[in-house]
Design a protein around this ligand. Structure first.
Ligand SMILES: [Zn+2]
Length: 106
């Protein structure tokens, strides 16, 4: 069985190392190598959320237009169309946010 490395663990008496943030290079105690500090991570999440909103709104409008134009005028089907429009917003928003968190430049 492999043992855990000493750094980054909570071994009593061993202080956690100060690791530089990948983006701003500010040293933070307990940060993992290659990770972002809390401020940079918050900024990245904000940028990813803004991008996700900008992409998911037009996608939702396209879906709503398709539901309005292509679906029959049956009220029962309109309910499912509304659910599909709402699901489009949520799903596209989450996917774009996740991809943006992975691939946005630092
Ligand atoms: Zn940082």
């Amino acid at each position: 069985m492999l043992s855990q490395p000493a750094w980054g663990s909570s071994v009593p008496g061993v202080p956690l190392p100060e690791v530089p943030c990948l983006r701003c290079e500010r040293r933070v105690v307990g940060l993992g190598w290659g990770d972002l500090c809390a401020d940079c991570l918050r900024e990245r999440r904000r940028r990813a959320s803004r991008l996700a909103r900008r992409i998911s709104l037009p996608a939702t409008l396209l879906m709503a237009a398709w539901v309005f134009l292509a679906m029959p005028r049956d009220p029962g089907l309109r309910v499912y169309g509304g659910i599909a429009v709402l699901a489009t917003y949520v799903i596209v928003n989450r996917i774009v946010h996740h991809v943006a968190m992975e691939y946005l430049p630092l």
